[in-house]
Write a protein that binds this ligand. Structure first.
Ligand SMILES: Cc1cc2nc3c(=O)[nH]c(=O)nc-3n(C[C@H](O)[C@H](O)[C@H](O)COP(=O)(O)OP(=O)(O)OC[C@H]3O[C@@H](n4cnc5c(N)ncnc54)[C@H](O)[C@@H]3O)c2cc1C
Length: 381
């Protein structure tokens, strides 16, 4: 990370042709050093040592937003690879998973739609209708991350509108060059449209025909597969956020020790000391809660409450710690001469993606209250 990632961050962030070449050379280096795709086991083409090992590794990888791409475990490809590995047929694995894990192609996950609330995906409108051995897909998606230049999508589409809400949708593999797939535009996010992997795209599907054999898992299992992907995936996100928090914390402390105003160092002002003390407490609380959830998942528990608690709590701490670090840096903190500005923008999105914080609070409260209603109360363990 010190030698190859941080040192090249500013050059990579330009996202010009030279940046793409540089990032590609770093990816090759990560491969050569046996650090590639740590999210997957060697049988699937990765170098992973299991769920917990990868969770801990994410704390380091997360310190730089580009590192996940350099190490071949970037969202959404990592999650797509994991579900292809778990639910894909042999044919799907050969055609899509193998080149994806090898870093030869990229993919996207196309679920959210502009016209309905992504928080409640039972309202999805994209339809896939069977016609003989094919699905015919029509729909309008957005925030399909990484769609520009990707080889295929995993599309969440309603396949049985009359089924119970959580059995209505299926996940279907759609080649991006299929007739009817239109990557309308990379959406500008906080003024950044991105390039390739860093885009969030609007995508339309108009009469898109794919073989029924492109269904991932069973028909109607879309939500179950999404849940399988999201629970452990959120642990990995939060571990990466911990890396961001720690980096911001270090920058804040270093700056406080070197900058002087009104006759003393920032480090000697109680407001700044409060930022540091509060951040130290909150980061460690996030870290221990995340590891607790990770260990519960590793032991076979779904840890739904724990995962939702860390999602909204860590997203808040992430935003607050980076904000404090920016304050300590003054104007420098919002320039691209410091990594903090990019970190801040990414952190703001963290409160929305993977389920908005408010939805996770709802999940936590509902589950706890249900447990009280049934007479069990709630044990902190
Ligand atoms: C950076 C980024 C990357 C993304 N990548 C992808 C991707 O690759 N693929 C993909 O399919 N999607 C992706 N998304 C979309 C993301 O999953 C959705 O934005 C998210 O699910 C929220 O849906 P929405 O934007 O439609 O907000 P809405 O569902 O319209 O919600 C708006 C707001 O309403 C409030 N709200 C909702 N429900 C409740 C509730 N029960 N109680 C209280 N308040 C509530 C919340 O404040 C919420 O933020 C990405 C989003 C971002 C920001």
């Amino acid at each position: 990370m010190d030698e190859h990632v941080y040192a090249n961050e500013a050059a990579i962030s330009k996202e010009d042709d030279a940046a793409l070449e540089l990032v590609e050379s770093l990816r090759q280096r990560a491969k050569a050093e046996g650090l590639w795709a740590p999210n997957l086991p060697p049988e699937a083409g990765g170098t992973g040592t299991g769920f917990l090992g990868y969770a801990y590794l994410n704390e380091e990888i997360g310190r730089s937003t580009w590192a996940q791409y350099i190490f071949g475990c970037q969202a959404p490809d990592a999650g797509n690879a994991e579900i292809l590995w778990e639910f894909g047929t042999d044919e799907q694995k050969e055609r899509w998973l193998a080149p994806l894990v090898a870093g030869q192609i990229r993919s996207f996950f196309s679920m959210t739609e502009p016209d309905v609330a992504g928080s409640d995906p039972t309202t999805l409108r994209t339809r896939a209708v069977r016609d003989g051995d094919e699905w015919v897909i029509d729909g309008h998606k957005w925030f399909s991350s990484g769609a520009e230049g990707a080889a295929f999508a995993i599309v969440m589409a309603v396949t049985d509108p009359d089924a119970p809400p959580h059995s209505r949708a299926s996940q279907i593999i759609v080649p991006a060059d299929n007739p009817g797939v239109d990557i309308v535009r990379p959406i500008s996010v906080f003024g950044h449209a991105g390039r390739g992997w860093s885009t969030h795209c609007e995508v339309t599907y108009t009469g898109v025909r794919v073989p029924a054999a492109n269904t991932l898992g069973e028909v109607g299992a879309g939500f179950r597969i999404a849940q399988k992907r999201l629970g452990p995936g959120r642990i990995h996100h939060v571990m990466r956020w911990l890396g961001q928090m720690q980096r911001a914390f270090e920058l804040m402390c270093e700056r406080a020790l070197e900058r002087e105003a009104f006759g003393s160092r920032l480090a000697d002002k109680q407001t700044v000391q409060n930022w540091i003390a509060d951040s130290a407490a909150e980061i460690q609380a996030c870290r221990l809660m995340t590891l607790d959830a990770a260990h519960k998942i590793d032991a076979g528990d779904e840890a739904r409450v724990e995962v939702s608690v860390i999602k909204f709590y860590a997203a808040r701490v992430l935003n607050e710690v980076i904000d404090r670090a920016i304050r300590g840096h003054g104007a420098l903190g919002i320039t691209n001469d410091s990594p903090l500005a990019t970190m801040y923008v990414m952190a703001r999105a963290a409160r929305i993606y993977d389920g908005p914080d408010e939805v996770h609070r709802m999940v936590v409260a509902r589950r706890i209250l249900k447990s009280f209603e049934s007479g069990d109360g709630w044990q902190f363990r």
